[in-house]
Design a protein around this ligand. Structure first.
Ligand SMILES: NC(=O)c1ccc[n+]([C@@H]2O[C@H](COP(=O)([O-])OP(=O)(O)OC[C@H]3O[C@@H](n4cnc5c(N)ncnc54)[C@H](OP(=O)(O)O)[C@@H]3O)[C@@H](O)[C@H]2O)c1
Length: 362
């Protein structure tokens, strides 16, 4: 299905119909195409806001027709199209490289007198570790001191995002909103990290399920994320917030059962000890085992965020059943060649091989 038609059908399905109308704001999105961008743009338009996007025009030029103003430039030095303009808020979702601190310093520095609020889309990866249970936004973030990076190497993702957050605060003190999403999932996610599970479970049979079912998981449906960000902008809420769900996390057993319900499948789950998988080269949160983390040591709190502060300012969660159903529906609209080449998850052969070894362990 054409991307525009699919996005339009989400709107027609009444995704945002239950929400009250908002006072119209002028909102600039740095990004606006890619994965979360179109969801954000459509939601803001549905809420009655005026949207401008700024990007290089490579990944979705003309995607929104006349409804959205498109500014073309490059965060690597060409911000000319932003000069002299005025918006109520900016949502910065395109600074995700090692250069993110400089990109944010430059854009927040330029925009500080042109916008009231700078919402920076950061990441759960900024935390030094996730040993705390429960995790909250008060946990320490990565620095060069607590987690050294060789001077001749580019900043890794978590460090870059942590320093980019700091650059935003430095440029616009007291007017910054930081949102730290975990794995962003749902329709249009091109990484297949969550999508692996609905697709695999829909196929049925003996499904390799990691751990003993008690490890907790928290992700964020892309629609919950963009709705939360819109709420933070509409209410002018500043501060640092995590964006994962559900509150406190859910055990993997519940998570996979919800996915099975969403795709209407009744497979057999074979729970395979996490250390057994690790010994055979299957890395939690790695390519073969996406969206799974072991709840111990430095990752004990990975799926155990307390979201009371976020819920108080508007974070809401769709159920995993709904996310799985919609992701599965979207997946089936993709061309057969794309579906034949998933970007994450275990191949059927690898899964069979590991299940055979597990059943044969004696
Ligand atoms: N995906 C996840 O699970 C996840 C989890 C946590 C946090 N996040 C964060 O969420 C944000 C959005 O992720 P996403 O997956 O939606 O990103 P994405 O699909 O890669 O989209 C990136 C956007 O940035 C624009 N862009 C890239 N390079 C640019 C440049 N040099 N100058 C101007 N614009 C540029 C792109 O448009 P053009 O190519 O046309 O320029 C596009 O609009 C990122 O900040 C990421 O760190 C993602």
């Amino acid at each position: 299905m054409d991307r525009r038609v699919f996005l339009g059908s989400l709107l027609a399905a009444g995704c945002h119909a239950a929400l009250p109308p908002a006072r119209s704001r002028r909102i600039l999105i740095l990004g606006g195409t890619g994965f979360i961008g179109p969801h954000q743009v459509r939601h803001l338009l549905a809420r009655g806001h005026q949207v401008t996007v700024f990007n290089r025009g490579r990944s979705g030029r003309g995607l929104f027709g006349k409804d959205v103003e498109e500014l073309i430039g490059d965060r690597n030095g060409d911000l000319g199209a932003l000069a002299g303009r005025r918006w109520d808020a900016v949502i910065d979702e395109s600074a995700s490289q090692s250069t993110a601190p400089e990109w944010v310093a430059r854009s927040a520095g330029l925009l500080r007198d042109q916008v009231d609020q700078y919402l920076f889309v950061s990441t759960r990866s900024v935390y030094r570790d996730m040993a705390m249970v429960p995790m909250t936004a008060a946990a320490p973030v990565l620095t060069r001191e607590n987690s050294p990076v060789p001077v001749d190497r580019p900043l890794p993702y978590g460090h870059a995002k942590a320093y980019a957050e700091r650059a935003a605060h430095d440029a616009m003190p007291g007017r910054v909103t930081v949102v730290r999403p975990g794995l962003i999932i749902g329709p249009e996610d091109d990484t297949d990290r969550f999508t692996y599970w609905p697709v695999r479970i829909a196929r049925g049979g003996d499904v390799l399920a990691p751990g003993d079912g008690s490890d907790h998981v928290q992700n964020i449906d892309v629609r919950d994320l963009v709705e939360f960000q819109a709420t933070l902008v509409e209410n002018g809420t500043f501060g640092v917030f995590n964006a994962v769900g559900p509150q406190g996390g859910q055990p993997y057993r519940t998570f996979l059962a919800a996915i099975a319900e969403g795709v209407g499948s009744q497979p057999t789950f074979t729970w395979v000890d996490a250390d057994f998988l690790i010994e055979r080269g299957v890395r939690p949160y790695g390519r073969e085992l996406p969206a799974f983390q072991v709840m111990r040591g430095n990752t004990a709190g990975f799926g155990r965020f307390d979201l009371s502060a976020e819920i108080a300012v508007g974070l809401r969660f769709r159920s995993t059943t709904v996310t799985a159903r919609d992701t599965w529906e979207w997946w089936r609209t993709l061309p057969a060649e794309r579906r034949a080449a998933p970007k994450a998850g275990m191949s059927p052969e690898r899964e069979r091989e590991l299940l055979a070894a597990w059943h044969a362990r004696g």
